[in-house]
Ligand binder design. Structure first.
Ligand SMILES: Nc1nc2c(ncn2[C@@H]2O[C@H](COP(=O)(O)OP(=O)(O)OP(=O)(O)O)[C@@H](O)[C@H]2O)c(=O)[nH]1
Ligand SMILES: [Mg+2]
Length: 227
C-alpha cells in the first residue's frame, strides 16, 4: 500500500505535462498506461480506435514506442490518460521495457486468431512483474473477436489464464469497436479502486497510531480519489 503511493508519486512527477500547455494542467489525476503484447495483435489499432475512433486494415508495425493522451471523466474526476503503445517486436524489447516503470495499468493483448500470441501472454506477464511495480493493474485483452471463423483461442482459455494471473479479462475488436472503451474504462476504475484502498489503508494506519492504547478498532476511513 505504501509502495503503491510511493510509485504513484514517482509516476506523477515523471508525467507532469509541459508547463507550456495550460490546458494539459486541467485534470485531477494522470494515469500512465501501457499496451503490450506480440507484434500484430492490434495494439496500435486498439489505441487509434479509442483515441481517434479510426481503424485501418493496413499493418504498419510500430517502431519503438509512441503515445497518445486522452482525458476521461469518471465519477466527477477528470483523469488524463497517457497511453503508451509499445512495439511488439522482440528487437525493441529493451526500449519498451524501460517505459514500464511508473505505469499504473497495462493492457496485455493477444490475438484470438493467433495461438503464439496467446502462448506469449505468460512471458509478457513476467515482463510486467520484472519491470513494473507490484500494484500495476492489468487487463488481458483477446483482440480481433470479429474474426470468429478464424478463432484459435477459445474464450474460456483466455478467461482461465486471466484468472490464474489475477488479471481482468475482455475480448474485443478494434476493427468493429467492440469493448474498446469498456476495456479502458475498466482499467481506469480498477486503478482508482486500488488508489482508494491504498489511501484508506494509510488513513487507518495513521488513526491506529494516533489512538494506540486508547481504542482497538480503527476509525472510519476517509479520502481516496472517489473514482
Ligand atoms: N480483423 C481485425 N483486424 C485487426 C484488429 N485490430 C487490428 N487488426 C489488424 O491487425 C494488423 C496489426 O495491427 P496493429 O495494430 O498494427 O498491431 P500491433 O500490435 O500494433 O503490432 P506492432 O506494432 O508490430 O507491435 C493490422 O493489419 C490491423 O488492421 C481487429 O480487431 N480485427
Ligand atoms: Mg503497433
Amino acid at each position: 500500500m505504501f509502495l503503491f503511493q510511493m510509485a504513484l508519486t514517482d509516476s506523477w512527477l515523471q508525467q507532469q505535462p509541459s508547463q507550456k500547455d495550460a490546458a494539459d494542467q486541467n485534470f485531477d489525476y494522470m494515469f500512465k498506461l501501457l499496451i503490450i503484447g506480440n507484434s500484430s495483435v492490434g495494439k496500435t489499432s486498439f489505441l487509434f480506435r479509442y483515441a481517434d475512433d479510426s481503424f485501418t486494415s493496413a499493418f504498419v508495425s510500430t517502431v519503438g514506442i509512441d503515445f497518445k493522451v486522452k482525458t476521461v471523466f469518471r465519477n466527477d474526476k477528470r483523469i488524463k490518460l497517457q497511453i503508451w503503445d509499445t512495439a511488439g517486436q522482440e528487437r525493441y524489447r529493451t526500449i519498451t521495457t524501460a517505459y514500464y516503470r511508473g505505469a499504473m495499468g497495462f493492457l496485455l493483448m493477444y490475438d484470438i486468431t493467433n495461438q503464439d500470441s496467446f502462448t506469449a501472454v505468460q512471458d509478457w506477464a513476467t515482463q510486467i512483474k520484472t519491470y513494473s511495480w507490484d500494484n500495476a493493474q492489468v487487463i488481458l485483452v483477446g483482440n480481433k473477436c470479429d474474426l470468429e471463423d478464424d478463432r484459435l483461442v477459445p474464450t474460456e482459455d483466455g478467461q482461465r489464464l486471466a484468472e490464474e494471473l489475477g488479471f481482468q479479462f475482455f475480448e474485443a475488436s478494434a476493427k468493429d469497436n467492440i469493448n474498446v472503451k469498456q476495456v479502458f474504462e475498466r482499467l481506469v476504475d480498477v486503478i482508482c479502486e486500488k488508489m482508494n484502498e491504498s489511501m484508506e489503508g494509510d488513513m487507518n494506519l495513521m488513526t491506529n497510531h494516533r489512538n494506540q492504547g486508547i481504542k482497538d478498532s480503527p476509525s472510519e476511513s476517509q479520502g481516496g480519489c472517489a473514482c
